[in-house]
Design a protein around this ligand. Structure first.
Ligand SMILES: *Cc1c(COP(=O)(O)O)cnc(C)c1O
Length: 482
């Protein structure tokens, strides 16, 4: 006798095979497939398992080795977070569940909101945005609603320093506004350039602080004043907040809104496009524009509050957001506590400075001064003297089983390599990275050709970009219309 489990598996297999056959039939009809008889592979479960395990080993993640991706905070993601996010009460939430049944989930949102408000100096947060860029969009929609409510519909310019993250200008065009880029001076905002950029068309400023060079904008108070005096709002791109937690707060620096990347600063495995959570925090005067419904506590029980439906910009995703990521951030914050988060900040900054200080003899550091959570190397001198680029160095790191850092960003540094070690790496691991970087610096002088062909040991070698560019083979698919 077969068990119910075996029967259901059989049913599923039959169903899937049937679907495959049907799809192949359709493809054949449309003449996409030439063979009449389809040779579907017949493999055992074990062989398939081995195939996928083999493929997974070609992957690279933070759990394999060091992953110093600047401006992307790739830190260790504690396993306890996964366990908690998988509790059925959290992972099986349904949007139409009765409030009485989801008190725990609502409590997490209310409590995490108050913790994030305290950390960032804001008055309210929404968890709906599913990524950093989505948070930016949500915040600019809120800025727009605010200006329009005041009748200031001509404000349509957002000022962004040239060191800004690429998603910032992209977001500005998504809300139909214009980007006004201002040049930096010595890696920081040039106050004179900012003064001449503001006008009665200024809707706001988007900036990250510390900026993408890893430097803190000491004039942030003045920057805020200039923008506010012109009638604009201040937006803080807090995707990587590793260098400010429990040290300083965007709210205190004068910002009106901020987004956080819970998947970066607050530990969720991410990459390849997801999953993420980009909650947006605002000062009290912008709260009524936040997406609804919002989780609230009335002193008795937790509820979905729709009080601001009229003034709200509307929903930008399900009201839970990417809840698994929210739960992981909550678990991380509870596990660290305030003291722990302060230590995170101090260690992230210390680690970045340790690497910077030890590598400065071997590489040119762009704007070499005490940095925050990240710093930028420029390989421009290596290009000039040895014909070795930032790309070559990044590829060579793969041979040493280290993930390359971010390269060619920020745009204001030529041949940039942007390094963010995070707080979760040990000194031994940092030393190992430093030794490899020093070894590569020697190779650059002695045998630069090794770098041109790197990576030499990985499953997939270097893509020939020149050939790809010259020898384009574009395949167009004609899609059925209607
Ligand atoms: C990663 C990042 C973003 C975008 O976040 P996504 O979740 O990838 O959309 C925005 N700004 C900065 C500074 C970032 O590092």
């Amino acid at each position: 006798m077969k068990t119910i489990f075996e029967k259901s598996i059989e049913g599923q297999v039959a169903h899937t095979l049937n679907k495959v056959h049907l799809q192949c039939g359709t493809l054949k009809e449309k003449k996409f497939l030439k063979n009449k008889k389809l040779a579907l592979p017949e493999l055992s479960e074990l062989e398939i398992l081995r195939h996928y395990t083999e493929l997974s080993k070609r992957n690279f993640g933070i759990e394999d080795s060091f992953y110093p991706l600047g401006s992307c905070t790739m830190k260790y993601n504690p396993k306890i977070n996964e366990e908690v996010a998988n509790y059925l009460g959290f992972s099986h939430l349904h949007p139409l569940q009765k409030e009485a049944h989801i008190q725990g989930a609502l409590e997490v949102m209310v409590d995490l909101e108050s913790k994030l408000c305290k950390l960032m100096g804001m008055d309210a947060f929404t968890f709906q945005p599913a990524a950093g860029a989505h948070g930016e969009l949500t915040a600019l929609m809120i800025f727009k609603a605010y200006h329009h409510e005041r009748g200031e519909t001509l404000r349509n310019e957002i000022i962004i320093p040239d060191s800004g993250h690429g998603t910032n200008p992209a977001t500005v065009s998504m809300v139909g506004w214009k980007v006004v880029e201002i040049a930096s001076q010595n890696g920081r905002v040039d106050l004179e350039a900012l003064k001449s950029a503001v006008s009665d068309k200024t809707a706001g400023l988007m900036i990250t602080n510390p900026n993408t060079i890893g430097l803190f904008e000491q004039d942030i108070g003045k920057i805020a004043e200039i923008v506010h005096c012109a009638g604009g709002l201040l937006y803080y791109d807090g995707a990587n907040s590793n260098a400010i937690m429990c040290k300083t707060r965007p709210g205190d620096m004068g910002f009106d809104a901020v987004h956080l990347n819970l998947h970066k600063t607050f530990s969720t495995p991410h990459g390849g496009g997801g999953p993420g959570a980009g909650p947006v925090g605002v000062k009290a005067f912008l709260k009524k524009f936040l997406p609804t419904p919002r989780a609230t506590f009335d002193g008795n029980s937790y509820k979905w509050d729709t009080a601001h439906e009229q003034s709200s910009i509307g929903k930008v995703k399900s009201m839970y957001g990417n809840f698994g990521v929210v739960i992981r951030a909550y678990a991380y914050i509870l596990a660290q506590g305030e003291e722990g988060l302060r230590q995170v900040t101090e260690d992230a900054v210390l680690n970045a400075n340790y690497i910077r200080a030890r590598l400065k003899e071997h590489y040119h550091i762009a704007f070499d001064e005490v940095c925050k959570h990240e710093f930028v190397i420029s390989a421009q001198d290596k290009v000039k003297n040895f014909g070795v680029s930032a790309l070559d160095i990044a590829k060579r790191l793969i041979d040493y089983k280290i993930h390359p850092p971010t390269i060619y960003f920020p745009l204001i540094v030529k041949e940039a390599l942007m390094i963010e070690p995070t707080e979760t790496e040990s000194k031994a691991r940092l030393d190992e990275f430093i030794e490899v970087m020093i070894k590569i610096a020697k190779e650059i002088e002695v045998s630069p050709e090794i770098l041109h062909s790197a990576p030499n040991t990985s499953t997939v070698g270097r893509v020939d970009v020149v050939k790809a560019e010259r020898d384009k083979k574009l395949i167009f698919c004609e899609c059925e219309k209607g």
